[in-house]
Design a protein. Sequence first.
Length: 163
Amino acid sequence: MIAVLFRWASAERRSAMRASVRAALRSARWYVGAVTALPLLGGAIILLDRNRSPSAGVSEAAPWLILAAALPLVWLLFFIGFATGPAIRTGFNTAAVHAALPALLTGTLVWEFAVISMVAGGLPPGPPVIQALAVLGGPASVTAVVWWEIRRLRTLYGVTLRA
């Protein structure tokens, strides 16, 4: 989606968009990295705690290693707790790249997740009509809201997809 907006943008607008894309990618990397590190640190603490069992022999470094892994874990919990709201609200700062980009990314991702869900889990149980509505209803309603938002951006603020 970002590549399409870059393609449609004028040459001078592209250079301004590049810096904004870097900032948006940086904030997304921080958030995804924190969400990824959370279970890894939790797993490391569990493994370290298992090694402290009497049958494995007591390691004198294990309590310090558990504490060394627990402190970043607590920091990550607070980081994710406080960063989730702004990350969702601003779409990882993608609105700085283009005003319509958060809506376009939402519309694209909801259809991608619907396809992934279909491939991974198959159709939900029920009659065929209900199955089709369950699979297509969510993404279709999000797409309707996305296009309404883009239309609203165009009429109220003069935002066009060709930046």
